[in-house]
Design a protein around this ligand. Structure first.
Ligand SMILES: C[S@@+](CC[C@H](N)C(=O)[O-])C[C@H]1O[C@@H](n2cnc3c(N)ncnc32)[C@H](O)[C@@H]1O
Length: 195
């Protein structure tokens, strides 16, 4: 990233914090992916992994549905959905015993705390266990991030199949972003009926 791009990225981050700008990948998540899941009558229980100031309004569009959240940082618990668990995605079962989800959205977590191949595999295994057959796992990753781990290389990924999602009719969506990661990739996977 050259100095001009770095300054531009910092200005855009600051504008985002002040509500004056929304990054392109957020626009896709907030304007396309979450509304598509909220509209889907087969999705009544969703788990959103990883909570921040900019995700606090996400439960709003899921009125009448369960929008659960999980994050190990107790500081962000007040920004979560209902129910919210202070914990790791690898331990979903322990935090939401008996809850079967129709969709799990995990954006910006791989490479942002979930950085180890074995832990990514555990996380994907826990998601597969918590989802019903046919349930959606929507992953959002920054492939150029040094800590990125390719989820498709994980043995637990075999319990899912990539499936076209929403209007993009594609199982993979690359969105250019004005930050050093350069693009954000959404992967749309469905839990196989039998794995
Ligand atoms: C960059 S933020 C991403 C927030 C949000 N998911 C998004 O759409 O961008 C990363 C968040 O993931 C959380 N996180 C890191 N490791 C995690 C894990 N193993 N399980 C659940 N959340 C985790 C961090 O605490 C942090 O709040």
């Amino acid at each position: 990233m050259n100095p001009f791009q770095w300054v531009r990225a910092e200005i855009l981050r600051s504008a985002w914090r002040r509500g004056l700008y929304t990054p392109p990948d957020r626009r896709v998540l907030e304007g396309d992916i979450l509304p598509e899941l909220a509209r889907d009558p087969t999705v009544t229980r969703l788990l959103f992994v990883g909570v921040q100031w900019y995700t606090r309004h996400y439960p709003d569009q899921f009125g009448g549905k369960t929008f659960a959240t999980i994050d190990p940082d107790p500081e962000v618990a007040r920004l979560g959905g209902n129910p919210h668990a202070v914990g790791r995605v690898q331990d979903i079962e322990e935090h939401f015993p008996g809850l079967v989800f129709d969709a799990i959205v995990m954006t910006g977590v791989i490479g942002y705390g979930l950085n180890d191949r074995d832990e990514v595999d555990r996380a994907l295994g826990a998601c597969a266990k918590a989802l019903r057959p046919g349930g959606w796992l929507v992953l959002g990753v920054d492939e150029l991030r040094p800590m990125h781990v390719d989820p498709s290389a994980s043995p637990a990924s075999r319990q899912f199949e990539p499936r076209p999602f929403g209007a993009s009719a594609s199982a993979r969506l690359d969105v250019a972003i004005p930050f050093k990661e350069r693009w954000h990739t959404f992967l749309f996977w469905q839990k196989k009926a039998r794995s």
